[in-house]
Write a protein that binds this ligand. Structure first.
Ligand SMILES: [Fe+2]
Ligand SMILES: [Fe+2]
Length: 150
């Protein structure tokens, strides 16, 4: 497999792992039933993204980034501490910004796939771009609602 593509798959694996850590930290810190459900759902979807990239990397006989295990714990503990301090509104606002950033990354990767005729990957990435778009919309909407109710 193309070296550049391997590099990109590893980058996305790391990005998605960070998303899982961010949302898992919200689940762990939450005492609100609805809020917990939402973030559990986000964790599940992001974990699906992580597994997809891990699988692609393994299929290419490459190693899944090893730092990620400890990075995951590190990110989780930092985010866990900030989750409570930040409050739901800021957490959602920051989450929406992260999702928008992820969308930009996906759009760039999709463009690269088009240039290289990676049709299957192009299609799968488009699905994940949509997932991130839905996440961004929910997070932005919920943070607005919390702001109105302040
Ligand atoms: Fe994702
Ligand atoms: Fe997402």
């Amino acid at each position: 497999m193309d070296k550049r593509l391997i590099y990109r798959l590893k980058e996305f694996y790391t990005l998605e792992t960070f998303q899982v850590a961010y949302y898992q930290a919200q689940v762990d810190a939450s005492t609100d039933e609805y809020y917990t459900k939402v973030f559990e759902k986000l964790v599940k979807i992001e974990q699906g993204h992580v597994d997809y990239f891990a699988n692609k990397i393994e299929l290419a006989n490459e190693t899944v980034p090893v730092l990620v295990g400890s990075m995951f714990d590190l990110a989780g503990s930092i985010l866990g501490e900030t989750a409570e301090a930040m409050g739901q509104m800021n957490t959602c606002k920051y989450g929406a910004a992260l999702e928008k950033k992820a969308m930009q990354e996906y759009q760039t990767f999709i463009q690269e796939c088009k240039e290289n005729n990676y049709f299957t990957l192009n299609n799968d990435l488009m699905e994940y771009l949509l997932d991130e778009h839905f996440h961004a919309l929910w997070l932005a909407d919920y943070s607005e609602k919390l702001k109105e109710n302040q």
